[in-house]
Ligand binder design. Sequence first.
Ligand code: AMP
Length: 281
Amino acid sequence: MREVASSAELRAATDAARQRGAGVGFVPTMGALHAGHRSLLTAARRENGFVVASVFVNPLQFGPAEDLASYPRDREADLAVLAAEGADLAFVPPEGEMWPSPPEVRLQVGGGLAERLEGLHRPGHLDGVATVVAKLFHLVGSSRAYFGQKDAQQLAVIRRMVDDLAFPNQVVACPTVREPDGLAVSSRNAYLSPAERRRATALYRALEAGRAAFRAGGRDPAAVEAAARDLLEDATGVAPDYLALVDPATFEPVKQAEPGQVLATAARVGRTRLIDNVILA
Ligand code: AMP
């Protein structure tokens, strides 16, 4: 595996791969790589001749009171994971390479994607995600890009960005990887104390209760949400930000529960904010 820090080297390497006839698979990450990231790399490896991963903690997507400074960073461990998962190229830019100065021109997410759930609770977050992914897509060029269903609203934003702005990138969604007790694997799980780690399982248990209500025939969105919310609100030490059944593309509320819709939640466990979702099936 080759490691590059400059945009020019990244561009040259992906151009060369395409000229050789290899399809390019791209996995953007913020590092602290775990089993969720590894599943994206596995899918990218399976479906492309050349796999590039980026590791960049993007300051644009953190709010002023968020965890940018403390976000886990372990460059050597990340490079070892990328090499072990068969990535061909690791793009690990210093902040000054991606943003020599804060960009004056940025993407702005609108509609329900901006106004609901993560859009509402983390102002500017999704704009920052769209802006950095747009830049990375320009550098990597035509490719299949792999994103986790875990960040369902981010996934919807990227899909919409690709459609609205005609990016030559194909978005591939990969299922959420979970711990044996159901907790979605996340870099932020490292912040949890042992007691918080046990409490954090409430998110997935709540979502599963909502999905069970749907499977049992519940079609009223409020009833599906209530089944989940009851469990979440009863959990000690877990403070929900939101819990909602939404359309997977627009993140608008739905009139009737149907397969494919997303039941999404965010909650604080101690000082750590966790998100998770399930797809109704
Ligand atoms: P991050 O490094 O947290 O920005 O995540 C990079 C990519 O990994 C995003 O597409 C995430 O959705 C994805 N990801 C994070 N956690 C998981 C997980 N538990 N399962 C699947 N994908 C994940």
